[in-house]
Design a protein around this ligand. Structure first.
Ligand code: ADP
Ligand code: MG
Length: 264
């Protein structure tokens, strides 16, 4: 089981779009996928076709220890993967977790019990470096960072990179940056291309090859509760996320081969 947190403390940079579409694309490739919505806004939940209002069982109950994962997960009505849904209740977890033992490790513990159920777990983090995001980073093997190629993109990145370093040093030795995904990309914009080149210069092959263009079909899909890759699979945005899923599958295959080599 490979666990990836999709994180960036900025809002509106494409975390949820990336989480939902990568989950759907991996599921379509035959992988067993669990999507964890760690954002009280519940956008990933809604984007998978699950109504967030009136949820009786959600990630909130899981994190505070009221329900086990098996009672919280639902299968997305729109696609062949499971979801741990969230809504505004989750905002309360932030406060309640402060008083609980191993408060950063709640999600990690829950996922560990189900480590044979899934090939991929994707965690859609909230736009903050809060206790919720910390739970995501502690549970994960790696971080996928979606970002827009705009002027302040690199500046915001250093806070996130520092947080990831701290978590790696103190709480989760497994954690690494898997890669940066350029999203809402406009190939005609000089600035986009400049920032993109800077990213590659700084981060080298940590920048994913796949570029996700700005594409209105990806933005329309959530209002139908259908992942973009299924809503209009021929749209440029959907094609990009399908390619990104293949890129992730290839990366994981390479690690597994390296690990086997190292072990033999
Ligand atoms: P975050 O989870 O980081 O806040 P979202 O994934 O919710 O970001 O994206 C923010 C907004 O941008 C949403 O309205 C979403 O539909 C839109 N969006 C995301 N990616 C794209 C894209 N590649 N093309 C067009 N719109 C996009
Ligand atoms: Mg989001």
């Amino acid at each position: 089981m490979h666990i990836f947190a999709i994180a960036n403390q900025k809002g509106g940079v494409g975390k949820t779009t990336t989480s939902v579409n990568l989950a759907a694309a991996l599921a379509q490739a035959g992988k067993r996928v669990l999507l964890v919505d760690l954002d009280p806004q519940g956008n990933a939940t809604m984007g998978c076709g699950i109504e967030k209002r009136g949820l009786t069982r959600s990630v909130y109950q899981l994190l505070v220890g009221l329900k086990p994962l098996s009672e919280v997960r639902q299968t997305s009505p729109a696609a062949a993967f499971d979801v741990l849904p969230a809504n505004r209740d989750l905002a309360g977890a932030e406060v309640e977790l402060v008083n609980l033992d191993l408060r950063e490790m709640r999600l990690k513990g829950a996922l560990h019990e189900h480590r044979y159920d899934y090939d991929f777990v994707l965690i859609d983090c909230p736009p903050s470096l809060s206790m919720l995001t910390l739970n995501g980073l502690c549970a994960a093997h790696g971080v996928i960072i979606p970002m827009q190629c705009e002027y302040y993109a690199l500046e915001g990145l250093s806070d996130l990179v520092n947080t990831i370093k701290k978590v790696h040093a103190n709480l989760n030795r497994d954690l690494k940056i898997i890669g940066l995904l350029r999203v809402m990309f406009d190939p005609r914009s000089t600035l986009s291309n400049q920032v993109s080149a800077q990213l590659v210069e700084h981060f080298g092959d940590k920048v994913f090859k796949t570029l996700v263009p700005r594409n209105v079909r990806l933005a329309e899909a959530p209002s139908y509760g259908i992942p973009g890759v299924l809503f209009d699979k021929n749209a440029k945005g959907a094609q990009a996320y399908l390619a990104f899923a293949q890129e992730m599958i290839e990366r994981v295959k390479t690690w597994e081969q390296e690990r086997e080599k190292a072990a033999s």
